[in-house]
Design a protein around this ligand. Structure first.
Ligand code: ASP
Length: 306
């Protein structure tokens, strides 16, 4: 049995190709890396990898992580500049007993040392948007638009369960700002005994409750991947409302060791892609009165969604 799930519509091409790899007996690690790299390499996706929108100083700073649910080892890079595929650096760090999470210059040096391709991640389109945003600085900037993380979870025929994430974080973020995506337990978690989970949305909120670990813990307590996603997202938004805040914009995915998917969101609609031995499709998760509606959708129906 094999299964794969990725956040947002933007993961569809990579997840479909990775799904094919899994079908041919490929391993979950390669599938996750491939699916994430496809998004990192596509300049039209402005929140991940090449073409990602810059921080306030005009630098594209990336965060990425990779976790092996069979060993509980993870690797991650944060605030890394010019690493063409941050997911490859994160994967290469996974397995290390120490120094598995590298920031900034250290991450870049590591990537160069192991021969990963480096590139200027700024596209002219991204820099144009940055210059326009700087002009508008006198009016209140909403730094929390223009973000989204690609998160991919995969299970292969050999029972290997892997989680991967990659993002350029928030547009116009303060230099040095890091979100949840490279933080184990917050942006991602995987434990082959219970399942894997990953999150996208405002990292500052996701980190407040270690959201991915919470979802995997709920799976440990017997909840399905779907119920665990719904319960954790609802608890976070209810707690925020109790604290006098808005519910926030959070979306999550999960995958059980049996290959069952889950997804939940506080947004009106959260597109994701998923595949197993029945095929691969784009789905939409939508909050409804008594929980979450999760249905196969079409690219056309989600034309305005990331
Ligand atoms: N979680 C990411 C961050 O806070 C952004 C996102 O997924 O929308 O950096």
């Amino acid at each position: 049995m094999y299964a794969i799930i990725g956040t947002w519509k933007m993961s569809f091409t990579g997840v479909s190709q990775a799904h094919e790899q899994l079908k041919q007996g490929g391993c979950a690690g390669d599938a996750v890396q491939h699916a994430v790299m496809c998004v990192e390499d596509e300049p039209s996706y402005t929140s991940v990898g090449y073409g990602g929108l810059p921080d306030h100083d005009g630098h594209v700073m990336t965060d990425a992580a990779y976790m092996d649910g069979n060993t509980l080892r993870f690797g991650a890079v944060m605030s890394a500049e010019n690493i063409r595929n941050p997911i490859c650096a994160a994967r290469a760090l996974c397995g290390r007993e120490t120094n598995c999470l590298l920031a900034g210059r250290g991450a870049e040096q590591f990537a160069m040392q192991i021969g990963l391709p480096m590139r200027d991640m700024r596209t002219s389109e991204a820099m144009k948007q940055w210059r326009e945003a700087l002009q508008q600085e006198n009016r209140k900037m909403d730094a929390y638009n223009e973000h989204d993380t690609v998160c991919v979870l995969a299970l292969d025929e050999n029972g290997s369960l892997i989680a991967g994430t990659s993002t350029s974080g928030l547009f116009m973020k303060e230099p040095g700002r890091v979100g949840d995506s490279p933080i184990v337990g917050s942006g991602f978690y995987a434990d082959i005994r219970y399942g894997a989970a990953a999150a996208t949305g405002l990292g500052e909120d996701i980190m407040r409750v270690c959201l991915s670990y919470e979802i995997v813990s709920l799976m440990r307590d017997g909840l399905s991947a779907q119920k665990a996603c719904e319960t954790a997202v609802q608890a976070l938004s209810e707690r925020k409302i109790q604290l006098g805040e808005d519910a926030g914009s959070i979306s999550v995915i999960a995958l059980s060791p049996k290959g069952e998917y889950g997804a939940a969101t506080t947004l009106p609609v959260f597109p994701f892609t998923a595949g197993n031995d029945q095929g691969v499709a784009i789905y939409a998760a939508r909050p409804v009165e008594n929980g979450m509606e999760v249905k196969i959708s079409s690219e056309a129906a989600l034309a305005d969604e990331p």
